[in-house]
Each structure stands twice: as C-alpha cells, then as structure tokens.
Design a protein around this ligand. Structure first.
Ligand code: 5GP
Length: 189
C-alpha cells in the first residue's frame, strides 16, 4: 500500500533497533480518513472470504478494526487486557508476551461474543514476533470458532512473527512489510 509506505517514510520515528512509532496517525493521534483507506484495503485483500466477526486486542487495534468492520459489515470484538467488573466472569483467556512492554499479560474475551464455527478475521496494527496474533488465535480455538486470517497494518519483516504465522498455515495479509530500519531510515520489502 503505497500511501502507507509514504506516510511511514514521512512521519514514522524509529526507536532503538526494532520499534517503529507511528503515533502521528495510528497509535496515539488517529487519522480517521487515512484509516478508512486502510479498512478498505483490508476488505479488498480478504475479498471472497466469509467473515462473521473481526477480533482484535485493545487498545490500538480497536480503531483499525472498527473502521475495517464497516466494510465487512460485521461486529468487532476486542480482547481485554484487564479484569474489571464490566467483564463477564465466563471468558476465554489466553496470554500474550508483549514485544513493546516486554511483559506477559492475559487477554480475555467473554464467551458471549464468540460462537462455535464463527469465521473470525484478526486485525492488528503491528506484527513483530507474532505473539498477539497467536494469543488471539488461541481465544478463537477455545471458542471452537475458525480463524480465516490476520490483517496487519505494518509487519516488521526482520522479526520472526510473519514467517512463523505463515508457516503455521495462517493467511497473513500485511499492508506493508518493513525490511530494515537502520539509522532512522525505513525500507520496505
Ligand atoms: P507481536 O505480538 O507480533 O510481537 O507484536 C505485536 C504487538 O506489539 C502489536 O499489537 C503492537 O501493539 C505491538 N508492537 C510490536 N512492534 C511494534 C512497533 O514497532 N511499534 C508499535 N507502535 N507497536 C508495536
């Protein structure tokens, strides 16, 4: 997706060896018009695939998933990271090791919102080591639903997640794949 590549090259900041910051349009300030193009692109990539529900994880995935869901015309379910009185006791629970925070946390989805045999598309902002997608895949498995693929806005191709997920037979559609991030410069595959 050329417009996304352009935006990354103009606005993203590289932090350390492997973190890309796109707070200007995706992760803090949100450019809704631009997200609309991203949502449309996901719809195009998964054309012909029956999708009953979109699943993501709070917080950054929610905006992207909601805009994409308008094209798929399906509900969005987002996994929660913190227990609260608002959350049903009866949940599917999985774990994710966060790449950016370097800690492991639980993710939870109420059993009310995922049904057996539903066809679920996972959407997330970044793909690094693949733990977030695998955690969501586990929730889908526990619900006895089917994962039809993963739509990722930015895959970092120099990290192992994309390869591992594809080798596991998951259809991964990344709108851009970052090849290198050296000296603050981003190149794409
Ligand atoms: P993974 O689970 O694939 O290792 O990492 C994906 C998750 O970590 C995403 O949900 C995203 O929030 C976060 N993440 C991973 N790499 C980056 C990055 O370079 N920049 C930002 N902003 N988030 C990242």
């Amino acid at each position: 997706m050329q417009a996304l590549k352009d935006r990354i090259q103009q606005e993203a900041r590289v932090e350390g060896p492997d973190v890309l910051k796109v707070d200007n349009f995706l992760n803090h300030q949100v450019d809704v018009n631009f997200l609309n193009n991203i949502g449309q692109e996901f719809y195009k990539r998964f054309q012909g695939v029956i999708v009953d529900k979109i699943l993501t994880v709070e917080a950054s995935g929610i905006a992207i998933a909601c805009i994409a869901a308008q094209y798929f015309n399906v509900p969005v379910v987002f996994a929660k990271k913190t227990e609260s009185k608002n959350l049903d006791n009866d949940c599917y629970v999985s774990e994710i090791h966060s790449f950016t925070k370097n800690k492991t946390y639980k993710i939870m989805v109420s059993k009310r919102y995922l049904q057996p045999h539903e066809r679920v598309l996972v959407i997330d902002d970044f793909l690094a080591n693949g733990k977030a997608v695998l955690g969501l895949k586990e929730i889908i498995r526990l619900a006895d639903a089917d994962m039809v693929g993963a739509g990722i806005v930015i895959e970092k191709g120099f990290q192992p997640g994309g390869k591992e997920l594809r080798q596991a037979g998951i259809r991964v559609e990344s709108l851009v794949i970052v090849e290198t991030m050296q000296n603050g410069q981003v190149t794409f595959r």
